[in-house]
Design a protein around this ligand. Sequence first.
Ligand SMILES: *Cc1c(COP(=O)(O)O)cnc(C)c1O
Length: 373
Amino acid sequence: MDNDITDRLIPSHIRQLKGYVAGKTIAEVAETYKPEQISKLASNENRLGCSPRVHPAVMEAMREIQDYPDPIARKLRAALSKKNGVSENEILIAAGSESILSILCRTFLEPGDEIVTVDATFVGIFVQAGVMNATLRKVPLHDDFSYNGLAMAEQIGDKTKLVYLANPNNPTGTYIPKEEFEAFIDAVPEHVVIVVDEAYYEYARDVVDFPHAVSYRRKNMMVLRTFSKAYGLAGFRIGYAIAHPEWITQMMKTKLTFEPTAPAQAAALAALEDEDFLQESVQLVKRERAKLAHFLDDQGISYVPSIANSLLLQFASEEEAGTFTQEMLKKGVILRQTTAFGLPDCVRVSIGTDGEMQHFRKCCMNVLTEILS
Ligand SMILES: *Cc1c(COP(=O)(O)O)cnc(C)c1O
């Protein structure tokens, strides 16, 4: 295709976007490097899988697969309303948090509007803001990767419509504690939406000073949750927003009518009812995360303390982080260098099963002695 045709057809703010670079799949790693074992620790998925209740629920939903799904996911919405102590009209269910970020941006933003967030956070918000040709104001994290809530609030200007805060944050696993969160939300004017992305809520909710955003019941707050992480349903694409009914009504207009799919709705409903599986998943992460931290301390590798299902390793340079990621990949351990998230010197390790984490530790020691020493 001629460049000038592309230039004529595609607006420049779209041309400027960087496409998503997919990580290697398990099959590709097996084919390319033929390692003895493969551990996929790159995307913060639940390595235990999902609740055993999901499979039969999905099979049941398949009986009606020729019919369009319920566009407002009534059954799941009722269950979520009960679980979170909010009204049904305060809930919007869509094809994952990423879809909700897209709906949010499509609904609220015009070109030139601003979003305030931080320089190192979930890429999804960077991309969806870019699609709408909105301006991102990125506030630096503190040196220890924690949020500076008041600095974020100070960046709010006349054109600011949204403030985005992932809590806990991805890729750092850090969180904004209760007291600072309260000062932050008090400093945000009423006409700006505070978007709190709680993709890792289930891992964080028992931490004493973790602020449960829903409990504040602010009119200008929107809380995002997903079934992709602790519930283990990333492949289904389903998540939800909790917000003021007026905003839910407006966002329903830009949501693709029939997302999420009927099997995804059934899967989420079944997963939601299995508190045992959820607890097992959360406990595994806590246990293995502590073991990993201990190992990294012994090896003298810097990392960021996390309350999510990942740990962020810090290297001396982008090159060193790249070499580490690549050498680990050759040994079958798939990790994520966090360049797109704004942290090119770092590598994110998702917390897996005991066997996967042993594999990580073994390969990590080898890479350190062979390559990086
Ligand atoms: C993983 C992640 C998401 C994506 O969730 P989906 O529901 O799978 O789209 C959203 N926000 C954050 C902060 C994440 O880490």
